[in-house]
Design a protein around this ligand. Structure first.
Ligand SMILES: C[S@@+](CC[C@H](N)C(=O)[O-])C[C@H]1O[C@@H](n2cnc3c(N)ncnc32)[C@H](O)[C@@H]1O
Length: 352
């Protein structure tokens, strides 16, 4: 029997109690968003439960309990005397979808991915995969929502300019394919910034492509952006100036086959932009809060998705630069470089 240090044990359990609190609070964040509770507090004025319930047409007793749970989480501020308010930073995080600090999509996506747990038990035993489309429907909307603010903040201002000569081509009028585009937010952000170019989003998941088409119509982009269901190894076209992958290459079973197809569909002077989750090459350097999130998502979603497709290479969300470079080399790309990075993403430039 190994000796137990009681102080260390209590400190560890205390840490996990914090994790229990995060798990228990996640559904209440989504509830608060759906019922407009955060939005009704966005002005920062202190409210009590009765006032918030009246503003949102909800039940006072439930709202009081929700407010206390939110305050104990540090998600709203408690003023004493039963009154609560949202600090400006909390208001941004819970109500401003345009901000990269908005956390709503993260709650939606991470809560949705936990629903796969019963199936994952079987997958661990058999080694079988679970396709992206087999996950809880909340994951599709939540993922798109989670990633979009980061794309809004970085794609046009930093990531595209970090690629050699790409902005000039797109400004003049280029042809772009966005592979594994999901709801197509990345495609539409590029299309909005570069009206002279043509954009084509592809994804293997039909419901996501349907959603992308609706978003494009709503944004008035339907005439310049086309969305079609296609896999990364079968998408159409052969003259692309730019082919992009946003947070999806590692989800694919055959990333080498996918990049080989991209190489054949690229103009000889064209570029591939790979946006992948931030990761160091050494596991020890990913043992941190961002690595925690990405490894968990990778266990529940990315690794099963890749194992469900042919080859099943299962790169994982924390593939890192060295392993991604190997994939690009195997696919025949002669140039590979890290072009840009944020705390959450690595951006690579590949040239034939
Ligand atoms: C994590 S989501 C990212 C979606 C989108 N790029 C974004 O950033 O919001 C991964 C996407 O890859 C797509 N995908 C997975 N395997 C694919 C394949 N072999 N061909 C095309 N799309 C694929 C999934 O359907 C899913 O939409």
């Amino acid at each position: 029997m190994r000796a137990i240090d009681e102080d260390k044990l209590m400190a560890f359990v205390g840490q996990v109690v914090g994790d229990f609190g995060a798990m228990a609070t996640a559904p209440l964040v989504l509830l608060g968003e759906e019922l407009g509770l955060y939005r009704a507090m966005a002005d920062g004025d202190p409210v009590d439960a009765a006032e918030l319930a009246a503003r949102t047409d909800t039940d006072e007793r439930y709202v009081r309990e929700w407010l206390c749970a939110q305050a104990a989480s540090g998600y709203v501020a408690y003023d004493g005397n039963g009154r609560f308010h949202l600090e400006p930073e909390q208001a941004v995080a819970f109500t401003d979808e345009s901000s990269p600090a908005c956390v709503l999509g993260g709650f939606e996506a991470f809560l949705a991915m936990t629903k796969v747990q019963p199936r994952l038990v079987d997958a661990f035993r058999t080694g079988n995969g679970i396709g992206w489309g087999e996950q809880d429907v909340g994951l599709f909307h939540g993922t798109a929502r989670f990633f979009r603010p980061g794309y809004e903040a970085n794609l046009v201002s930093a990531w595209l300019p970090s690629l050699d000569g790409v902005v000039e081509v797109l400004a003049e009028g280029g042809h772009v394919a966005d592979i594994g585009c999901g709801f197509g937010h990345s495609t539409m952000i590029m299309a909005t910034a570069f009206p002279a170019s043509r954009f084509h989003g592809f994804d293997a998941h039909g419901p996501s492509i349907d959603a992308a088409g609706k978003w494009a119509a709503g944004a008035g982009l339907a005439n310049r952006v086309q969305f079609d269901v296609a896999t990364a190894k079968t998408f159409a076209g052969d003259d692309y100036d730019l082919i992009t992958y946003f947070d999806c290459l590692h989800d694919m079973g055959d990333p080498v086959g996918a990049l080989q197809h991209a190489r054949s569909a690229l103009d000889p002077a064209g570029t591939v932009m790979l946006v992948e989750p931030f990761a160091a090459d050494d596991v020890g350097d990913n043992i941190n809060p961002v690595g925690r999130l990405f490894y968990a998502a990778s266990t529940m979603v990315c690794t099963p998705a890749s194992k469900s497709e042919e080859v099943g290479r299962a790169l994982g969300a924390q593939a890192g630069e060295a392993r991604t470079r190997v994939v690009a080399r195997e696919a025949g790309f002669s140039r590979f470089r890290r072009a840009s990075a944020t705390p959450f993403n690595l951006v690579y430039e590949l040239r034939p």
